[in-house]
Design a binder for this molecule. Structure first.
Ligand code: PGA
Length: 250
């Protein structure tokens, strides 16, 4: 019922030449509409990747956006600019934005509202640190992060939104959550949304992120409430990313 989504978060990696090579590899293999495939390049390369995805099934997204419309915000990128370059999705509240750039739940909620207002689709990232997990606070942390946005934006604004569960301890560490750990949190997230709107919850895609690779993707995606992945490191290698998309059914 839910079409899987596999999103590549390239983070601050690559250059014009490596991006041409990567996209050539992806475009050659990924042709099916059975799974939604998305790439999120560094914003300076969005224009290049827009051209490289024009005739492909691969969608384009950004890694971050400003909550402001336009004006004197040096270094920021607006939603209007992302629309201008055919972006369909924006990653919001990634743990690196939260921890390294001090993005608060409130700021993430403002970005979420602004994104939905212009018709782009937010991928809202949530997840606990190792310390929070060891203290037994995983679900409380994830609930706080989600409720901050639901309360500010309203549940109806989640209609086209995607939630990505990314345990901070699994991001870029090679330590993946077990399929059971992922399913437990994904089911809890779906229940949190269902408390507000059961139908919306049943349709909403919840992605797992954190050291997804070609070898572990299939067993993660096999879980009932795991609707695809948000992939960092492995999305930079065409063959690995293709294998992950295929594990989701591409
Ligand atoms: P990773 O990153 O796959 O390299 O762990 C995932 C993410 O940060 O979205």
């Amino acid at each position: 019922m839910r079409t899987a989504l596999v999103a590549g978060n390239w983070k601050m990696n690559g250059n014009s030449a490596s991006i041409n090579t990567l996209m050539e590899g992806l475009n050659a293999e990924l042709k099916s509409n059975a799974v939604d495939v998305l790439v999120c390049p560094p914003s300076i390369y969005l224009s290049q990747v827009q051209a490289l995805t024009a005739d492909s099934v691969i969608a384009l997204g950004a890694q971050n956006v400003s909550e402001q419309n336009n004006g004197a915000f040096t270094g920021e990128i607006s939603l209007e600019m992302l629309q201008d370059l055919s972006c369909e999705y924006v990653i919001l509240g990634h743990s690196e934005r939260r921890s390294l750039y001090a993005e608060s739940d409130e700021l993430v909620a403002d970005k979420f509202k602004a994104t939905v207002a212009v018709g782009l689709k937010p991928i809202l990232c949530v997840g606990e640190t190792l310390e929070e997990r060891e203290e037994g606070n995983t679900l409380a942390v994830v609930e706080r992060q989600i409720k901050a946005v639901v309360n500010a934006a309203g549940i109806e604004q989640f209609k086209d939104a995607v939630i990505a569960y990314e345990p901070v301890w699994a991001i870029g560490t090679g330590k993946t959550a077990t399929p059971e750990q992922a399913q437990e949190v994904h089911a809890a997230i779906r229940n949190m949304i269902a408390e507000c709107d059961a139908e919306l919850a049943s349709k909403m895609r919840i992605l797992y992120g954190g050291s997804v690779n070609a070898a572990n993707a299939a067993e993660l995606f096999a879980n009932e409430d795991v609707d695809g992945g948000l992939v960092g490191g492995a999305s930079l290698k065409a063959n690995d990313f293709i294998a992950i998309c295929q594990a989701a059914g591409a």
